[in-house]
Design a protein around this ligand. Structure first.
Ligand SMILES: C[S@@+](CC[C@H](N)C(=O)[O-])C[C@H]1O[C@@H](n2cnc3c(N)ncnc32)[C@H](O)[C@@H]1O
Length: 242
């Protein structure tokens, strides 16, 4: 994971819509899922740095029985399926379009793919994550330790329960990869978001929106399917009062 004397490639890398969402047609056709999507351009060095950092890190790990019995949270919520770079980059650069220095908080950060991607994609962007599974947190810390110091200094990773983590009120974008979250957990997240986030914050959920009525005053600003390791999944972005 150390950078060593490795030189990242230069130039731009293009991710066409077919890399952002899976469709059952040829590359020249368009369907409801992919129409309106643009080819994403990312610095080849950013993508190469991300791939290199996570080259030996699995995309999905089930919790061990030890983790399940030790952690007082529903077992389903501990399953760690992680974002794909092209989909996350498309969400960040084409939908969220954060300003420089915006702060990202990943609530359940796993091995840190979304956290590291944000720090690499957003100039000066601050990226924080909180993860309850110690083994995943440790992997994320190892990955972060191998990043260039200018990126590393903008990344912070915390071990613990997201509900005991400070920072909800500082974040500009809060990310909840909620695929395995059951209704009571979604309600608890919604309650804490209502109480603590700043008025300009945006919140992302995966696979499911918040229950109707659980985020009064917030509006859905974007919803689209994105390609994940297991197929397409919906990503929802909400913001207050728009
Ligand atoms: C589906 S993974 C997402 C990983 C990462 N955010 C990504 O999208 O690439 C969800 C993560 O949330 C973690 N998690 C579940 N409940 C949590 C809690 N109460 N506090 C902190 N992390 C939690 C799980 O252990 C798991 O690693």
């Amino acid at each position: 994971m150390a950078q060593g004397s490795w030189e990242p490639p230069s130039g731009l890398l293009r991710f066409p819509p077919s890399e952002q969402v899976l469709c059952g047609h040829g590359s020249n056709a368009r369907c409801l899922q992919c129409s309106g999507r643009e080819t994403l351009e990312v610095a080849a060095s950013t993508h190469a740095t991300f791939c290199r950092a996570f080259s030996s890190v699995a995309y999905f790990t089930r919790p061990t029985q030890g983790e399940v019995s030790k952690l007082a949270v529903p077992q389903r919520s501990l399953a760690a399926g992680e974002i794909l770079f092209a989909s996350f980059a498309a969400l960040v650069l084409q939908v969220l379009r954060p300003g420089p220095l915006e702060m990202f908080l990943d609530l359940g950060s796993g091995t840190g793919r979304a956290v590291v991607a944000w720090a690499l994609l957003v100039p000066g962007g601050i990226a924080a994550g909180v993860e309850i599974r110690e083994a995943l947190h440790e992997t994320a810390c190892e990955v972060a330790a191998g990043l260039d110091p200018t990126v590393q200094q903008r990344v912070s990773l915390h071990l613990g329960d997201m509900f005991h983590c400070d920072g909800w009120g500082d974040a500009d974008v809060l990310f909840v990869n909620s695929t395995g979250f059951e209704a009571p957990l979604m309600r608890a997240v919604a309650k804490k978001l209502q109480e603590e986030t700043k008025a300009t914050a945006r919140v992302i959920t995966l696979s499911q929106p918040f229950e109707e009525g659980s985020m009064p005053g917030w509006t859905l600003v974007h919803q689209s399917p994105y390609r994940m390791t297991w197929g397409n999944d919906q990503i929802f972005t909400i913001a207050e009062g728009r």
